[in-house]
Every structure is written in structure tokens, then in C-alpha cells.
Ligand binder design. Structure first.
Ligand code: PAF
Length: 285
């Protein structure tokens, strides 16, 4: 596995593969890798295998511009050695580990923002977060030039925004959606889980239970208001859960729904102590 610490070195590495006619998939991450990320790598490999093979490049970059709170950025877990060992073991071909200075050079003035989708839902809770995310994803696409890139469904709004950006800006990158990976007790895997206290970790399983109930209700034709009420009630039954938002939206474009006659997505944001967890579930009536 090649380790590329600068834009130039990853460009040279990918250029070599391209010259040999190989396809390239990017798995963009902020490190602190877990089995959910390894599922992104596995899906990248499936995508390549279905097209005659190719190369996977992962990026590890804790992107400062997508953190709205400096304290959150400072506390973000970093464990380069373990991350590299996991990527190597799962058959990644190269890793791009740029410095902040190499990515954000003095005098830069350009940002990329998907105006509507970025300002709703979690965009209201974390102002500027999605603008930072789309800016770094655009930069990674431009530096690496992948044919495809994986994005987890767990960050459903992020996935929807990236799809919109790629369509709006005619970016020649296929977006590969990857289903959420869960712990055996149902908690969605996230780098943030390691910051939960043991009590909060146990309490956080309430998110998956609430989503299970919401999904059943969608399938049985309940109204959006009744579903939101029931999901909130389950979340509130857990005293450690501080419910930040419960939303039910159109699964394709995140618009509001007054009646459920097409696939919807339930989006939860719940704080446990200092840690904000998000989770989602799509459901079809
Ligand atoms: O989902 C993430 O880990 C990040 O938002 C991403 C896509 C790597 C951009 O920094």
C-alpha cells in the first residue's frame, strides 16, 4: 500500500495506474477507522471487480473547515497507525494523508456549496459544516480524479448533498452509496462512538429501536405526524438521550412530506453527554 503525504505524490501514484488503464475508486475518510469504513472499502472493491478490477485510494484528512466548533475538531479521534494497518489489511492500494497546509493554501478564496440542501436539517444545527464538506470533497475529486467514490448512507444528508453537487457541476464521478453498518446491538458504527461513556454507549441503542418502530409505522401506512410522535416518545423514554431532531423527509431530495406515498427517510440527531449521534433509516410505504 502506497502512502502519499502530498497532493503531488498521490497525483503521481494515480497517474501511474491510469497509464496502465486502471479504474480508481476513492474512499474519503477523516480517519479513526472502524468496520463501517471497511465496508466502504469492500464496496469500492465490488464496484471495481464488476468492471474488471482497479485500484482503491483512501484519504485520511480531518477537515478543519467542516467543524463548526473548534473543540470538536480538537477532540476528533486520531490514530494513524491503526488506520493504516486496517486499510492495508482490507486491500487498499494507496492512502492519501495530506497536511492541512497542503490542502488549504494561503490566499484561497473558493468554496463549494449546495445552497438549498446544505442549509436544512443538520445544516441548521452545524452552520458551515456541509460547505466545508463539499469543498473538501471537490478538492479530493480534483486532486485524485477517481471514477467513483463511496459515501455511507449513515450520513444521509451528506450523501444526498454530494449526489446533488456531482449532478449540478457535471463531475465525472459515480457515487457509490454504502448501507449503514451496525454493532450487534444495533448502534450505527461511528468514529464518535468511542467518545461515549459506557452508560451513554448502552443508552444509545435507543436510536435503532426508535428507527425500527418508525419503519414499521411507515410500512403500515401511519401519518408522518404520528410516526414522528412515536419515534420521539421512544427516544424520550431513555433518560440519557437529549433529542435534538426527529425528521421524516422524502428519501430522494429531503423535501418535507405531508403524506407518505413514496420512499421516505427518518433522520435522527440525539446528544448523549457531549457527543451528538446521528442515524437514519429509509422506509417504503
Ligand atoms: O464523511 C466523512 O468522513 C467526511 O465528511 C468526508 C466525506 C471524508 C469529508 O471530509
Amino acid at each position: 500500500m502506497q502512502i502519499c503525504r502530498s497532493r503531488q505524490s498521490v497525483r503521481d501514484c494515480v497517474a501511474g495506474w491510469r497509464a496502465a488503464g486502471e479504474k480508481v475508486v476513492l474512499v474519503a475518510t477523516m480517519g479513526a477507522l472502524h468496520d463501517g469504513h471497511m465496508q466502504l472499502v469492500a464496496k469500492a472493491r465490488d464496484w471495481l471487480d464488476a468492471r474488471g478490477g482497479g485500484r482503491i485510494v483512501a484519504s485520511i484528512f480531518v477537515n478543519p473547515t467542516q467543524f463548526d466548533q473548534q473543540a470538536d475538531l480538537e477532540k476528533y479521534p486520531r490514530d494513524e497507525e491503526t488506520d493504516l494497518a486496517m486499510l492495508r489489511q482490507h486491500g487498499c492500494d494507496a492512502v492519501f494523508l495530506p497536511s492541512v497546509e497542503d490542502i488549504y493554501r494561503p490566499g484561497a478564496q473558493t468554496v463549494v456549496e449546495v445552497a438549498g440542501l446544505s442549509r436544512m436539517l443538520m445544516g441548521r444545527v452545524r452552520p458551515g459544516h456541509f460547505r466545508g464538506m463539499t469543498t473538501i470533497v471537490t478538492k479530493l475529486f480534483n486532486i485524485i480524479g477517481p471514477d467513483a467514490s463511496t459515501f455511507g448512507e449513515k450520513d444521509y444528508q451528506q450523501l444526498t448533498i454530494v449526489r446533488q453537487m456531482v449532478a449540478d457541476l457535471d463531475m465525472p464521478v459515480e457515487i457509490i452509496p454504502v448501507p449503514t453498518v451496525r454493532e450487534p446491538d444495533g448502534l450505527a458504527m461511528s468514529s464518535r462512538n468511542r467518545r461515549l461513556t459506557p452508560q451513554d454507549r448502552a443508552a444509545a441503542t435507543v436510536l435503532n429501536r426508535a428507527l425500527d418502530r418508525g419503519q414499521q409505522m411507515v410500512e403500515h401506512g401511519a401519518s408522518p405526524a404520528a410516526i414522528r410522535r412515536a419515534v420521539r416518545a421512544i427516544l424520550r423514554s431513555e433518560p440519557r438521550a437529549q433529542v435534538r431532531s426527529v425528521d421524516l423527509r422524502d428519501a430522494a431530495d429531503l423535501s418535507r412530506v405531508s403524506r407518505i406515498d413514496r420512499p421516505v427517510v427518518m433522520l435522527l440527531a440525539v446528544r448523549f453527554g457531549e457527543v451528538l449521534l446521528i442515524d437514519q433509516r429509509t422506509a417504503t410505504p
